[in-house]
Design a protein around this ligand. Sequence first.
Ligand SMILES: Cc1cc2nc3c(=O)[nH]c(=O)nc-3n(C[C@H](O)[C@H](O)[C@H](O)COP(=O)(O)O)c2cc1C
Length: 327
Amino acid sequence: MSNTFGKIIKVHLFGASHDNVVGVVIEGIPAGINIIEDDFIEYINRRKGGSVGTTDRVEADNPKILTGIIDEYTTGLPITIVFENKNKNSIPYQLYKSWHRPGHADFTQKSKYGKYADIRGGGIASGRMTLPLMIAGVIASKCIPNVNAKAFIAHINGEKPDKIDWQKIRNEGDSLGGEIICILENIIAGIGEPFFDNIESYFSHLFFSIPGIKAVGFGDAWQTAFMRGSEYNDIFISNDGQTTTNHCGGIQGGITNGNAIVIHLIVRPPASIKKEQISLNFDTDELEKRKITGSHDLAFILRLPPIIEAVSLLAIADLYLYSKIYS
Ligand SMILES: Cc1cc2nc3c(=O)[nH]c(=O)nc-3n(C[C@H](O)[C@H](O)[C@H](O)COP(=O)(O)O)c2cc1C
C-alpha cells in the first residue's frame, strides 16, 4: 500500500471511485497561506466530465475542507479535503469481478487484493483519484512563487482535438488517446535532487501515478533520438542560465537550469469501450463476448490538462522547498 508521496509536502490520498468520498491529507504546508475556494474552482471545472468526448458521470465536486484551514488561511497542521461520490452506479462492476475488462485494472487488482478487491468504478485505479491529487497540487503551488504551468493537448490520435468526430467514435463504441505538452515557466535554476530525486525522476514518479499515463518525456522528448549533439546542445546567453534554444526542456543533470520545463505525456485510450470484446470469465473459465456498460470517457485526455498542471506544480513546489532547506 503506497498512497503517500512527497519530501516536504506530503500528500496522502484516500477513498476510491465508489466509496462515499475521495480525499487527500496534505502535510508540510506552512501556516499563513491564503487558500480560498476560488483557487480550486477553475481547475475543478476544467477537469469535470459532461462535455463532448467525456463521461456522463458528473459530480458536484464541492471541496469539503475538514482540517488545516481556518478563515481561508492554513494553520500549519495537516489539511484534509474530501469530495463526495454521489453519482455512481456500481451494478455493472459486479460482472467485471469475474469477466475482467480487457486493458483495465480489474484482473490486476483482484490478483493483489483477492476477493476483497474494490473494483467499483475502477476502485483506486479510477480517474476519480486525480481530483484530490489535483487539489493537493493547487495548494502546493502556493508554496513556490510566480511559477506558471500550462498544459495543452498536442494531438488526439494524431489529429487536432477539434477535428475529431466524437459522434463517430461514440457510434463505433471506441475510445482515443493522445499526447499532452506541459510547460512550466518562471523556474529558477538549481531545483532538483540528484541522484534519485532529480527533476525527471521526481516528476515522472508523480505523472505515472495518474492512471493511464503511458510515457513521459522531457524537452524534445521522443525527437531527441533523431538529433545530433550539435543540434541538441542549448547555448547559454545570460548568467541566469537562459539559452537560445531549449531542447533539454529546462533540466540538466536533473537540476533546473532556469529555462522553462517542458514535458510531453502520452495518454492511452480508455479501456472501457462499448464495442463488443472477448475476455475470459474467470468463474466459468469460458471466453465470453460482452459490451462494457456504465459511464466512461471516450478520451479522458480531454480532462487531463488541469490535472497535469497541478501535479507539475506539486512536484516543483516540493523540490523547491526541499532545496531551500538542503542546498
Ligand atoms: C481523469 C481520468 C478519467 C479516466 N476515465 C476512464 C474511463 O472513463 N474509462 C476507462 O476505462 N479508463 C479511464 N481512465 C483510465 C483508467 O483509470 C486507467 O486506464 C486504469 O486505471 C488502468 O491503468 P493504466 O492504464 O495506467 O494501466 C481515466 C483516467 C483519468 C486520469
